[in-house]
Design a binder for this molecule. Structure first.
Ligand code: M6R
Length: 609
């Protein structure tokens, strides 16, 4: 999705902004631009393609400025080209604006503005905003007032940053349904759509809420509501370091993040132990206050939800429904004040997930969110927050967010089971012990992989495949879905995940001597059933890759390729079993020469519905 960066302070704004835009590249974009104010003049530079194209342009016409805004655009309205790239400028050339989101009433606004004589240069919905501000300036010479009046006329979602020659020391920002964060420096301040943009300068931030605006100067920040009243905001310190948001010698963020999982899972356990042990409270949640659970999430987080259903239904014996957040709203779900809705979201900014949460809240449900980003919208709107401690996840393909979500959801399920007395204490302690062993089990697999490269070898064998099938059962069926999602999103190979027992009802027709069939066949109550499914594939000359544990002879005899992972408790096995599938997808995409961290058409946080 689009990225915003703004800077006002003592340094060269161009450098700070370009650096920030690069740190937001992971969000996905197809053009980039920047606007700067220099000695009473407004300069804009815009380029289709990567930020390096913009840098070439900036080198050609160098300027020094202490204030500016920048943007990476992920096209929605109008093709990705230089003209549609942001910033957009008004007719007078005195106002420049960048925008994330979608303006739903842009067509009417554009018609009205055209009638009033405004000239448009782009096909974007965004350009109407800058002309609207210009128009509102006819009613008020105070720029902030004109900005506020213009913003109030917009329908849809927006994070906006504006600079103007009318007030050249200030960045004006506003937000509704699209994230915007202000970074607090010393004699300098920052605005961005995401914290990593300015993490090398500051980790003290203010999150803007919906229907808020702010004026950002080097000397200070003021936040207002849409009635123009000043609002007091909390300053949040983000416990992420810059090194966490850098590649640290790895070829890609995805590979780094896969390798960080032992640490991330361990941190997620220790970060949540205090409420689990009841040294502190898990605020906002009454363990007896609900008789049904609904889980809403998207993509990889949805797969974590499918596994959490096993945890909650088995440990707590409570009915759990799992919905794609984008579908939830449209199926008229049965929700009331006895419903606990759990949203799972790495970013905390996924528009579909936020919309599902809001619908559930409007019907009286309690909201729990499992989230990785401190201060994100989901964490501010939920009644209860359980954080994952994955650290910043930069690669578009989610890896460590997933395993830490499973960790947090496992802990939560055990906690509820204890509170409601559905599981004996010794059993809970036993599970906790097993959970504490998971980080070292993942590490054991990863270090063997670094040494021997078994997954890499198998990827080399299959990277030219056109299709792949992923099969698993029970608690590992969602791992088959996740393995398939990983492969398709970064290698563009068609892949399907299925419950292995369902194969004979259709997908078995796909099997031939070319299609890799990845089985998750680790120890557990369905292992024998999975083995029968492997037989069925073998009988049709399918090429079987099996993720299995040491010592499972029958799988070894059948599969053409074996990936061994250490044995853990069956409920925890998804956290370990997914790791080789992440690596398999990674190596295939890398062998194919694709941009692993920024796959085509995808964005890290999907902030439009
Ligand atoms: O930030 P969220 O967890 O809400 O994001 C949900 C999905 O957009 C995300 O998991 C997506 O499917 C990833 N690209 C998967 O790797």
């Amino acid at each position: 999705m689009c990225g915003i960066v703004g800077y006002v302070g003592k340094d060269n704004a161009k450098d700070v902004i370009v650096d920030g835009l690069k740190r937001l590249e992971y969000r996905g974009y197809d053009s980039a631009g920047i606007a700067l104010i220099v000695d009473g003049e407004l300069f804009t530079y815009k380029r289709q393609g990567k930020i390096r194209e913009l840098e070439i342009e900036l080198r050609r016409k160098p300027v020094y400025s202490n204030i500016g805004i920048g943007h990476t655009r992920w096209a929605t309205h109008g093709k990705p080209d230089d003209i549609n790239a942001h910033p957009h400028v008004d007719c007078s050339g005195k106002i420049a604006l960048v925008h994330n989101g979608i303006i739903e009433n842009y067509a009417e606004l554009r018609r009205e503005l055209l009638q009033k004589g405004h000239r448009f240069t782009s096909q974007t919905d965004t350009e109407v905003i800058v002309h609207l501000i210009e128009e509102e300036l006819k009613n008020s010479s105070i720029f902030f007032k004109a900005f506020l009046r213009a913003v109030k006329k917009l329908h849809g979602s927006y994070a906006l940053a504006v600079i103007t020659l009318y007030q050249p020391d200030t960045i004006f920002v506003a937000r509704k349904d699209s994230p915007l964060v202000i970074g607090l420096g010393d004699g300098e301040n920052f605005v961005a759509s995401d914290v990593p943009a300015f993490l090398s300068y500051t980790n003290r931030v203010i999150f803007l809420d919906d229907f808020e605006l702010a004026t950002v100067k080097s000397s200070g920040i003021f936040v207002f509501n849409f009635d123009g009243e000043e609002v007091e905001k909390k300053v949040v310190t983000i416990p992420w370091s810059l090194s966490q948001a850098e590649k640290a010698g790895y070829k890609h963020f995805m590979l780094k993040e896969i390798n960080e999982q032992p640490r991330a899972v361990a941190d997620t356990i220790s970060g949540n132990l205090s409420w689990f042990r009841e040294e502190t409270e898990l605020e906002g949640i009454d363990p007896f206050g609900f008789n049904r659970i609904q889980i809403v999430a998207c993509g990889t987080s949805y797969h974590a939800g499918l596994i959490a259903k096993f945890y909650l239904e088995n440990f707590v014996r409570i009915p759990v429904e799992v919905d794609y957040a984008s579908e939830y709203r449209y199926r008229d779900p049965i929700v009331d004040e006895k419903t606990l809705v759990i949203s799972i979201t790495q970013s905390g900014e996924t528009a579909d997930t936020l919309a599902a949460m809001r619908l559930a809240k409007s019907k009286g449900a309690r909201l729990l969110t499992v989230c990785n980003v401190i201060g994100s919208t989901a964490t501010r709107e939920a009644d209860t927050v359980i954080y994952t401690y994955a650290g910043p996840e930069i690669s578009v393909a989610s890896t460590k967010a997933f395993t830490t979500q499973l960790t947090a959801l496992f802990l939560f399920s055990l906690w509820i089971a204890r509170e409601r007395g559905t599981m004996k204490n010794e059993k809970i302690e036993g599970y906790l012990k097993h959970l504490l062993e998971v980080p070292s089990r993942i590490e054991a697999f990863l270090s063997l992989e670094r040494e021997k490269g078994a997954v890499k070898q198998i990827a080399l064998e299959f990277y030219r495949a056109k299709d792949a099938l992923y099969l698993g059962r029970n608690v590992n069926y969602p791992i088959a879905l996740e393995g398939a999602l990983k492969l398709k999103e970064i290698s563009y190979i068609h892949a399907e995940g299925y419950p292995a027992g369902e194969m004979k009802h259709g997908p078995i027709a796909l099997i031939d001597e070319k299609v890799p069939v990845v089985f998750v066949a680790t120890k557990g109550k369905v292992l024998d059933k999975v083995v029968s499914n492997i037989e069925e594939v073998k009988a049709r000359k399918g090429r079987v890759i099996a993720v299995t544990n040491p010592g499972i002879k029958k799988v070894k005899e059948l599969a053409e390729f074996i990936i061994e992972v250490p044995e853990v408790d069956e409920y925890l096995s998804p956290i370990v079993n997914v790791v080789p599938l992440q690596l398999f997808a990674y190596y295939i995409a890398d062998f194919l020469g694709y941009d692993v961290d920024q796959p085509r058409n995808l964005a890290k946080s999907v902030t439009v519905e």
